[in-house]
Design a protein around this ligand. Structure first.
Ligand code: FNR
Length: 361
């Protein structure tokens, strides 16, 4: 492909051409049969848009706020680990691109670059994603470093008591990279049993005993607002609100954890209803087009996050590539709003989409 990519899919093709197979498989893959991986994308294709006509769409405003921070469009960067497999500048390049697009990046706990390096690379609003380690002192120390470096919220990922079974990583004997945040803090001997060293490392370190009560522990070590990432049911959405979180991210971890969970877009509304507007509901999983963003907003998301598309941009063209991916999605959302009669985000309503189930009625 000689010309500039015009959509996320073409960025993915470029990424495939430049990345070693081990890394490409790591970024694109899902758990086990990859049923959910396919569903995350395909479920969007089963939702259609009901455009309204003859409304003034000469000016489109996509700006919104998340936890009070203004962003140019409801498209944020999801936490994804190990950006230096995609590009030598790693998360620093991603953060700069997010800043240039005036949006929020959620930095992964498993980043190659340290929280301090990312913080000093640009002064955009950043959130920090947390896994809780068995060694709580290590997790606490990194949370406090993130807070000190100016990160504005903690996104606690709760769908990973153990790592999902990613068979491509097992076959490729996926390696554990250098994770700068942990340097000098932990040294874990990994016995990969001839499979994925990453899986063994994660299972050695992650605290699988984490419970609702531990949100109190997290609150005791940071004054930052806490969002909870990995909610898929109305029961857990209610419990999260009761636990006093500041926001919820509907996510199945990009289908990398439990296979045969539903596509996230098909459970978004269930969560939104349960939350009753008490806290913002963010969304990720399978967003590849501006129309997907529009559909998620119509079903009640405050904003969406993109995971793999950002990595494809980074692998293909570094910081510029991430910027292009975010700009393309923004442009596509703006166009979708114009073509469906919604000059502002508040104009996007439930009536603007029809799910497969509704079409059959
Ligand atoms: C992830 N995701 C993830 N989530 C998290 O909370 N912490 C992490 O370190 C990672 N790491 C990670 C690595 C890679 C390569 C991928 C693809 C994903 C999940 C991520 O935040 C998000 O939920 C999904 O990526 C969203 O789905 P899409 O946009 O990739 O379809």
């Amino acid at each position: 492909m000689a010309s500039e990519p015009v959509n996320v899919k073409e960025f993915q093709e470029l990424a495939k051409n430049v990345l070693p197979k081990m890394y490409y498989d790591f970024y694109t893959g899902g758990a086990e049969d990859q049923y959910t991986l396919k569903q995350n994308v395909e479920a969007f294709q089963r939702i259609t848009i009901r455009p309204r006509i003859l409304l003034d769409v000469s000016r489109i405003d996509m700006s919104t706020t998340v936890l009070g921070y203004k962003i140019s469009a409801p498209i944020m960067v999801a936490p994804t680990g190990m950006h230096q497999f995609a590009h030598p500048e790693g998360e620093v390049a991603t953060a700069r691109a997010a800043a240039a697009c005036n949006t929020i990046m959620v930095l992964s706990y498993s980043s190659n670059c340290s929280v301090e390096e990312v913080a000093s690379s640009c002064n955009a609003v950043r959130f920090f994603q947390l896994y809780v380690f068995k060694r709580r002192d290590i997790s606490a120390q990194i949370v406090q470093r993130a807070e000190k470096s100016g990160f504005k919220a903690i996104v606690l990922t709760v769908d990973t008591p153990r790592l999902g079974r990613r068979e491509a990583d097992i076959k490729n004997k996926m390696v554990v990279p250098r994770l700068k945040n942990f340097e000098g803090l932990s040294s874990i001997a990994v016995d990969s049993n001839g499979g994925s060293a990453l899986e063994s490392y994660a299972n050695e370190t992650l605290d699988s005993s984490l419970r609702w009560e531990d949100i109190g522990w997290l609150r005791s070590i940071t004054s930052l607002p806490i969002l909870i990432k990995g909610v898929l049911t109305h029961e857990d959405a209610r419990m999260a609100v009761e636990a006093g979180v500041s926001g919820i991210v509907v996510s199945n971890h990009g289908a990398r954890q439990l296979d045969y969970t539903p596509a996230t877009i098909s459970v978004l509304e269930e969560v939104v209803h349960a939350v009753e507007g008490k806290v913002p509901v963010l969304f990720d999983g399978g967003v590849r087009r501006g129309t997907d963003v529009f559909k998620a907003l119509a079903l009640g998301a405050q904003a969406i996050l993109v995971g793999r598309p950002v990595i494809y941009g980074l692998a293909a063209k570094g910081e510029y590539g991430v910027r292009r991916v975010l700009e393309m999605l923004k442009y596509e959302l703006e166009l979708t709003m114009a073509l469906s009669g919604c000059p502002q985000l508040q104009d996007i309503t439930r009536d603007h989409v029809r799910t497969e189930h509704e079409r059959l009625r």
